[in-house]
Design a binder for this molecule. Structure first.
Ligand code: HEC
Ligand code: HEC
Length: 621
């Protein structure tokens, strides 16, 4: 009964003890969660589409359960052995009985469920929906969405404060932290970051101090160079008094560079930070350098963390959590499909568990390991991996100052069908990214044994198994269907489709075929001057660009090679003053909106069968 009493009626001492005993009870989103009784651990396996249940004491795999495509956040519900899993690509929350190993129910959500936490009493689940920018409240008993709250742009990380009155939500691309009061559903305040802060996937709250911790990167887009562009960070945010519904002063945010501890190696792509139940230890895992830092949490409001030890782990560690008694921490090495446990006190490895079989095949797995690696032969300075800018095939939402001009990072979905690559179509095969590996950005040794052909036309395919594997992985991403067309095209989108295919706007002359692009592997690229690029004094290429696919543009702002169009409406209006990019000046405001609706609905069907029918060929590697 004690745990169910309203917290305000308990004395401070009891509250403190309560949190020490109960810290992390599903209070922070992760790919890992330990049940309240400490016996079971659940991990979600994105590539396999499963959740694995592990016996914590024996470090043994008990069972593995299929839940759907790309599961992300997982949490035990209250103190039960029932689990909730955010199935990202299927837009649903799966409910799993961890003892029986069965899916026992599901709850549909609008799009991209990512972070998921349960209240301690198990009566509510909270879930971040990434693309629509929402936080939803779910009743696990009825499997119903009770409320949908606004939560900024691309929210991923999610934690509840110990009094469970406030949710902390982190934006993926900006790392802004939003504090949302759950009773009213209103944002109390937010903690902005620097424009360079990027890619925060998770946030965790200290069990007793009013502090939240988030691991993220920093991307300095004006330096496309291995020594100055991408850095690993942990930010510590001061939280307001428990139960505050208003905050007048901006909350303090301290940013700690994870490459500045004396005696520690440089690390890349911090993926998650976890605190021990007593709040004294912290572990940060780095998905790019395949390692972790063990730190002591300091109670000084100044340095916050002190470095204890660096440990090399397996491929692409994405999550870390502590056992309930705090005696060990467990690392999820995503690209070894393995959990590894370490003793908290000695930091020695105590065991490991294979959680799932490699579902990718040997070649794609090798390619994926290379894509996520900031180590040799990919990079010599340990700061940058391909995945620093293209994590899980997504764009980083940024426009980089490259030597040839401003270049917006494109998502890699559908890439196999839309070669050549780059906005200027200078790369005809993905193996040409050997130049990126060896160039100033990554300064790696490279994957080809010997020299790379200086000309981009000379074939690099077939010269290195690893490079071919990297290409195979990079070309493997399919395009998810747009949530805007879940119930088919809306009336507005249908009117937009007619405009898109009309002779007058002429959009489909270049954005043709199932991928809405005249760029495909079989034909010589046709570059087009659509009036863009003139405002960038650093542009070195002729002002003609490769037609990009329009599939998935609903979630890939900003637009154009230089990121100069913030929205699709801007692209069709202020960014097209001379009607050089299709003819749009004759459209009234409603027609522009209709055209935007149509663009946001792409793709509303899988483009691949159509592409095969049309005789298009894709590139496998
Ligand atoms: C610093 C961020 C960054 C890193 C690191 C990075 N990329 Fe990119 N990538 C970009 C940007 C920006 C573009 C657009 C450049 C252009 O078109 O000229 C791009 C374009 C691409 C494209 C072309 C996509 C298309 O649709 O045309 C591919 C493929 C790609 N990158 C793969 C890789 C691989 C493989 C690596 C690692 C070897 C890598 N990238 C490393 C930022 C990055
Ligand atoms: C003459 C060929 C051509 C025509 C006609 C054309 N486009 Fe484009 N489109 C391009 C090219 C080339 C780019 C890339 C330009 C750049 O990045 O500077 C582009 C970029 C875009 C983008 C940005 C995609 C992204 O990922 O950033 C959108 C959206 C788009 N076009 C929609 C349209 C619409 C809608 C029409 C009709 C009103 C249209 N285009 C007409 C060639 C064309």
């Amino acid at each position: 009964m004690l745990t169910r009493a309203p917290l305000s009626s308990l004395s401070l001492l009891v509250v403190t003890l309560l949190f020490i005993g109960q810290a992390n009870a599903g209070s922070s989103n992760s790919l890992l969660d330990v049940s309240a009784d400490g016996k079971l651990l659940a991990c979600s396996n994105r590539d396999s589409g499963t959740v694995t249940i592990v016996d914590v004491a024996k470090l043994e795999k008990l069972r593995e359960i299929k839940v759907g495509h790309k599961p992300e956040g997982v949490s035990f519900i209250g103190d039960s052995h029932q689990l909730a899993v955010a199935v990202y690509a299927d837009d649903l929350i799966a409910f799993v009985d961890a003892d029986r190993g069965e899916v026992v129910g599901q709850c549909e959500v609008y799009d991209e469920p990512y972070g998921l936490v349960s209240t301690r009493d198990g009566s509510r689940l909270w879930v971040t929906l990434e693309y629509p920018g929402q936080l939803v409240e779910i009743d696990p008993r009825s499997s119903k969405v009770l409320r949908t709250l606004k939560a900024g742009a691309f929210p991923r990380g999610l934690a509840l404060t110990p009094d469970e009155k406030t949710a902390l939500v982190t934006e993926y691309l900006t790392t802004t932290v939003r504090l949302i009061e759950l009773a009213s559903g209103k944002e109390i305040t937010n903690v902005p970051a620097l424009a360079t802060d990027s890619l925060a996937r998770q946030i965790t709250v200290h069990p007793t101090r009013p502090k939240a911790y988030l691991a993220h990167m920093r991307s300095k887009v004006n330096v496309a160079h291995g020594e100055g562009s991408i850095f690993p960070y942990v930010s510590v945010v001061d939280l307001p008094q428990a139960g505050a519904t208003e905050v007048s002063e901006p909350l303090k945010r301290k940013r700690m560079p994870m490459d500045s501890f004396i005696g520690a190696l440089v690390t890349a792509n911090p993926w998650e930070i976890s605190l021990s139940p007593n709040g004294q230890d912290a572990v940060v895992v780095f998905g790019g350098t395949d390692d972790l830092f063990v730190c002591k949490v300091r109670d000084d409001n100044y340095r916050e963390l002190s470095f204890v030890r660096h440990i090399n782990v397996g491929h692409n560690p994405r999550a870390v959590t502590f056992s309930r008694d705090g005696s060990m921490f467990l690392i999820y090495n995503a690209l070894d499909f393995e959990l590894v446990a370490y003793d908290t006190e000695t930091t020695q490895k105590v065991g490991s568990v294979k959680v799932t079989d490699n579902p990718l095949g040997d070649e794609i797995l090798r390619g994926k390991q290379l894509f996520y690696s900031a180590l040799m032969p990919m990079a010599s300075r340990r700061w940058i991996a391909c995945s620093s800018c293209h994590p899980d095939s997504d764009a980083d939402g940024r426009t980089w100052q490259n030597p040839e001009g401003l270049r917006n990072t494109p998502p890699l979905v559908g890439l196999a069908w839309t070669h050549p690559q780059h906005w200027s179509a200078d790369r005809d095969e993905t193996q040409d990214f050997e130049h990126t590996i060896r160039g100033p950005l990554m300064q790696g040794r490279g994957l080809i044994n010997g020299a790379v052909a200086a000309s981009l036309e000379a074939p690099n395919k077939g010269r290195s198994r690893d490079l071919d594997a990297l290409a195979a992985y990079t070309n493997s991403h399919t395009v998810p269907l747009s949530p805007h067309a879940k119930n088919g095209l809306t009336e507005s989108a249908k009117r937009g489709r007619d405009l898109f295919f009309s002779k007058e706007t002429a959009c489909a002359t270049c954005h043709s075929g199932p991928f809405f692009s005249d760029s495909n592997p079989a034909t010589k690229p046709t570059l087009h001057d659509v009036g863009t690029g003139r405002s960038d004094p650093s542009e070195k290429m002729p002002l003609k660009y490769d037609t990009p696919t329009l599939l998935g543009v609903y979630r890939s702002a900003p637009y154009l090679h230089d990121g100069s169009a913030a929205t699709l409406r801007d692209l069709l209006t202020t960014n097209n003053p001379a009607d050089k990019h299709g003819k749009t000046s004759q459209l009234n405001s409603q027609q522009v909106e209709d055209l935007v609706e149509f663009l946001k609905s792409l793709p509303y069907e899988d483009p691949q069968p159509e592409a095969v029918k049309a005789g298009l060929k894709k590139v496998d590697r």
